[in-house]
Ligand binder design. Structure first.
Ligand code: NAD
Ligand code: ZN
Ligand code: ZN
Length: 338
């Protein structure tokens, strides 16, 4: 089968002919039809994070397609089912976190396109218990970004505990952020989007943001103060930059919450005094559970979420990474593997 393979950190991927993966009794084989490109895939091939991915690696954790083979222990899925393979490839199922429904923080969990080969390929192996079915009325191209960008931002908004009528800022209106705007609007929240460029401004306002602040044109936290005469109830930071996190923190009102989602390889200085005195909550949020994913797909299946998609080919992956890394992409890129 054809796959985009990273052989070493910080070198271009190559398009290789590799064997179709063999499955065990608890797995399924998925013929990938579409695969979204997440900024996490760039962090993986750059080796940006303290926990390193395997090498060689087939990246991709927004792969969706059709099941072509089912392991002998699997009874709830069949050949022909349409499924997606999320970042949470598998969790242990019996630790405290798994039992509490917090499988995304299971210490033994494995990530698709990171610890295990992912969806930049014609076929991908998946754990039957961790794939999620795609609603019939969502096509493969449209479904792919929901398996990471969608579920991650939907979950982050839940984690923020923002309630209808509250103000949230979405800092970073890229692949994740432009979906965050839509989930926030669908949840009855008022949205301020923070990013840069006319294209992102136009898209953010079309998707229902009440305001767009260009972080290149001033200080977003000061602009938010002058718009609301206070800060936001919650900020969801998906920016791939330390400055984005600092300005997101500074834009939160007393008692508010900053949800960290973006994963630039930096540290974020956290002022102890302001955090204590203002009663600020700072919380990390990592993807979402299978239940979160079902809920996030349901919003889309009811027509409330529309990903802004650029369809591209697998062969273009290195160019796509360059464009995404230099901030030249609006919305999400989805590889058409049909
Ligand atoms: P993306 O490149 O599509 O979007 C990032 C956006 O941030 C861009 O639009 C960019 O212009 C914007 N940005 C950069 N600096 C900014 C600043 N100072 N203020 C406001 N916006 C700024 O990337 P993506 O695919 O949306 O991923 C975003 C980040 O989220 C990555 O670091 C990725 O690894 C991470 N991520 C985390 C999770 C999770 O579970 N926590 C899941 C998926 C992705
Ligand atoms: Zn992702
Ligand atoms: Zn566990």
């Amino acid at each position: 089968m054809k796959a985009a393979v990273a052989h070493e950190f910080n070198t271009p991927l190559t398009i290789d002919d590799v064997p179709i993966p063999a499955i065990n009794e608890n797995q399924v084989l998925v013929n990938i039809k579409a695969s979204g490109v997440c900024h996490t895939d760039i962090h993986a091939v750059h080796g940006d994070w303290p926990v390193k991915p395997k090498m060689p690696l087939i990246p991709g954790h927004e792969g969706v397609g059709v099941i072509t083979e089912v392991g002998s222990n699997v009874s709830h899925l069949k050949v022909g089912d349409r499924v997606g393979i999320p970042f949470l490839h598998i969790a242990c199922g019996h630790c405290d976190y798994c039992l509490e429904g917090k499988e995304t923080i299971c210490p033994d969990c494995k990530y698709t396109g990171y610890h295990i080969d992912g969806g930049y390929a014609d076929y991908c192996r998946a754990e039957a218990d961790y794939v999620v079915k795609i609603p019939d009325n969502i096509g493969f191209i449209e479904a792919a970004p929901l398996f990471c960008a969608g579920v991650t931002t939907y979950k982050a908004l839940k984690v923020s505990k923002a309630k209808p009528g509250d103000w949230v800022s979405i800092v970073g209106a890229g692949g994740l952020g432009h979906l965050a705007i839509q989930y926030a609007v669908a949840m009855g929240l008022n949205v301020i989007a923070v990013d840069t460029g006319e294209d992102r401004k136009k898209l953010s306002l079309e998707l229902g943001a009440s305001h767009f602040i260009d972080f290149m044109d001033g200080k977003p936290d000061e602009e938010i103060q002058s718009l609301l005469h206070t800060g936001v109830h919650a900020s969801i930071c998906t920016a791939v930059s330390e400055q984005g996190f600092e300005s997101a923190y500074a834009s939160v009102r007393r008692g508010g919450t900053l949800v960290l989602v973006g994963l630039p390889p930096d540290d974020m200085p956290l002022p102890i005094f302001d955090t204590v005195i203002n009663g600020i909550t700072v919380v990390g949020s990592i993807v979402g559970t299978r239940r979160d994913l079902e809920e996030c797909l349901d919003f889309a299946s009811r027509g409330k979420i529309k990903t802004d998609i650029q369809v591209r080919e697998l062969d273009e992956i290195n160019q796509i990474f360059d464009e995404l890394d230099s901030g030249n992409i609006t919305g999400r890129i989805v590889l058409d593997l049909h």
